[in-house]
Design a protein around this ligand. Sequence first.
Ligand SMILES: [Zn+2]
Length: 118
Amino acid sequence: MHELGLLTSVVAAVEKAAADADYQVTRVEKVALNVGTMSGAIPEALYGSWPIARENSICSSAELEVNTIPASVDCPNCSKEVEIDEFFALLCPECGMPTGNLAHGREFEISWVEWAKD
Ligand SMILES: [Zn+2]
């Protein structure tokens, strides 16, 4: 599953940060992600894969939170940023102008991590 691969990378990044930190991290309480609606990752699948991805890692008891970022384009005709439905991707929903300027929606990033020290 595609989402499992993405989460495996997230867990690896969290483990690396924990290993590099001066603060002694023993556990991670929570990992929050920003996931754009055009990132290709589906929140339900991320939640479904999380218990497998976090196994045998510093995140083994961590909760996952997925914050969905709506897709939007910068429309050269309207001169503003407008939200788009992913099915109408790359067309301004207000004036119909084609635009490739995706302002938001491709995000797949760690938003924050709650560390713990037992
Ligand atoms: Zn427009």
